[in-house]
Design a protein around this ligand. Structure first.
Ligand SMILES: *[C@@H]1O[C@H](CO)[C@@H](O)[C@H](O)[C@H]1NC(C)=O
Ligand SMILES: *[C@@H]1O[C@H](CO)[C@@H](O)[C@H](O)[C@H]1NC(C)=O
Ligand SMILES: *[C@@H]1O[C@H](CO)[C@@H](O)[C@H](O)[C@H]1NC(C)=O
Ligand SMILES: *[C@@H]1O[C@H](CO)[C@@H](O)[C@H](O)[C@H]1NC(C)=O
Ligand SMILES: *[C@@H]1O[C@H](CO)[C@@H](O)[C@H](O)[C@H]1NC(C)=O
Ligand SMILES: *[C@@H]1O[C@H](CO)[C@@H](O)[C@H](O)[C@H]1NC(C)=O
Ligand SMILES: *[C@@H]1O[C@H](CO)[C@@H](O)[C@H](O)[C@H]1NC(C)=O
Ligand SMILES: *[C@@H]1O[C@H](CO)[C@@H](O)[C@H](O)[C@H]1NC(C)=O
Length: 339
């Protein structure tokens, strides 16, 4: 990209996403006062951001540098860029502290200046914040109570693989408009908060590969919009709540649920008969638990079921043959001695 591109004083839009541009992006592109949009997503560009980006790009609304090799710190002056509404910096080599702003910053080397992830408190000022993506940064902290003060406009939180430990605070239940909550691959402990029953719009809950424990309680049964429930690789125990399959007349139950991942836990008891009512279910993985009893015949009603894994449990009796079972192989049922 030639330096001279910076000599276009009226240019409003610079969009070079998904090309094969390589090398250091000329600093002049971050110094064009008319620019409203810079999109360099998915190239191989490097370089760093100017320290007073608020002054050098006074009109920028969209700054998308995702999937490149930009490095250095994210200038704190970015919080002064008053017109900026879409900032994507994910999958780069940025390092240092997270400025108090709202962005997609996944897959960098960002850390928090405090173990309580204090930048989350300042995000409470972002009243229009919809999406918070921090996946793959070594934040190395706990989720503070202030997370419950984030804007009600928040719809998506992606914080997988962020080295977060401690309990999930009850106040997460305050975020009543969440659609997606992804906290997989951390070191979270303790139970699923009872307040999760307030997340009435939630469509996807991902808590895979943590150290969460305790029973899977009825709270999850009230999430009528849930499509995807991924709890595998924790220490959940007790029985599988039969309400996960119930369709209570008033609340609609989980009839939208398409994927349920509960493998690698410590669940006991039998598979509830009511699972046959999860009519949208496409994937059900209960492998590597301690589930006993027979496979309920009601599962033959699950016409969309493509992937079933009941391996390595204590199931017994006959495998049903109807419906989706016609296409399943022994790989779905291994390691159940009495089956
Ligand atoms: C990035 O570009 C490559 C081709 O250069 C393409 O295959 C890939 O899908 C793109 N990824 C995104 C996220 O746009
Ligand atoms: C940015 O633009 C201003 C005004 O055009 C100019 O004086 C300054 O030297 C430029 N800075 C850089 C780093 O190019
Ligand atoms: C924001 O802008 C004001 C006024 O130019 C300046 O004093 C302040 O230092 C800026 N903040 C940051 C974090 O750069
Ligand atoms: C959350 O906001 C409330 C009301 O603004 C305030 O009283 C409380 O201190 C905040 N809590 C945290 C943990 O920041
Ligand atoms: C988290 O890390 C695991 C293991 O490295 C990886 O398989 C998974 O894709 C990561 N998740 C996300 C959302 O990046
Ligand atoms: C979880 O904590 C243990 C012990 O502190 C540490 O070794 C491990 O890397 C952590 N795992 C994750 C995913 O953060
Ligand atoms: C079994 O697989 C065949 C071929 O993919 C498909 O046509 C059929 O609908 C499947 N049957 C069931 C019950 O899923
Ligand atoms: C079921 O899970 C077991 C254990 O994780 C695995 O070995 C097996 O391949 C899985 N079966 C299917 C059909 O995916």
């Amino acid at each position: 990209m030639p330096r001279e591109i910076g000599n276009l004083p009226y240019l409003a839009r610079l969009a070079f996403a998904t090309n094969n541009l390589v090398g250091v992006a000329p600093v002049t592109i971050f110094n064009m006062s008319a620019l409203k949009e810079i999109s360099l997503l998915n190239n191989s560009l490097s370089g760093s951001l100017p320290s007073r980006i608020d002054l050098s790009l006074p009109n920028v609304e969209t700054l998308n540098l995702g999937i490149n090799s930009f490095s250095g710190t994210i200038p704190s002056s970015i919080t002064n860029a008053s017109k900026l509404s879409d900032l994507e910096l994910g999958v780069n080599l940025f390092s240092g502290f997270i400025p108090n702003t709202f962005v997609n910053m996944a897959d960098n080397y960002l850390t928090s200046s405090t173990p309580e992830l204090s930048f989350l408190s300042s995000l409470a000022n972002c009243k229009k914040l919809k999406v918070l993506i921090l996946t793959g940064n070594p934040l190395d902290g706990i989720l503070p109570k202030s997370i419950g003060n984030l804007s009600l406009s928040l719809e998506t939180i992606l914080m997988a693989n962020c080295s977060i430990s401690g309990n999930i605070p009850q106040v997460v239940g305050n975020l009543g408009n969440l659609l997606v909550l992804e906290l997989g691959g951390n070191n979270l402990t303790g139970p699923i908060p009872i307040t999760f029953s307030q997340l009435q719009t939630l469509q996807a809950l991902g808590l895979t590969r943590n150290k969460l424990a305790g029973p899977i309680t009825d709270e999850l049964c009230h999430l009528a919009r849930l499509h995807s429930l991924v709890l595998q690789g924790n220490k959940f125990s007790g029985s599988i709540p039969s309400c996960l399959g119930d369709i209570p007349i008033t609340i609609g139950g989980l009839k939208n649920l398409q994927q349920m991942f509960l493998e690698y836990n410590r669940l006991e008891g039998s598979i509830p008969e009511s699972f046959g009512d999860l009519s949208s279910l496409e994937v059900l993985d209960l492998s590597k638990n301690k589930i006993s009893g027979a496979i309920p015949a009601s599962l033959q009603k699950l016409l969309y079921l493509k992937h079933l894994n009941l391996s390595f449990n204590k199931l017994e009796g006959e495998i049903p043959r109807g419906g989706p079972f016609a296409n399943l192989t022994a790989k779905s049922f291994m390691g159940n001695e009495l089956l």
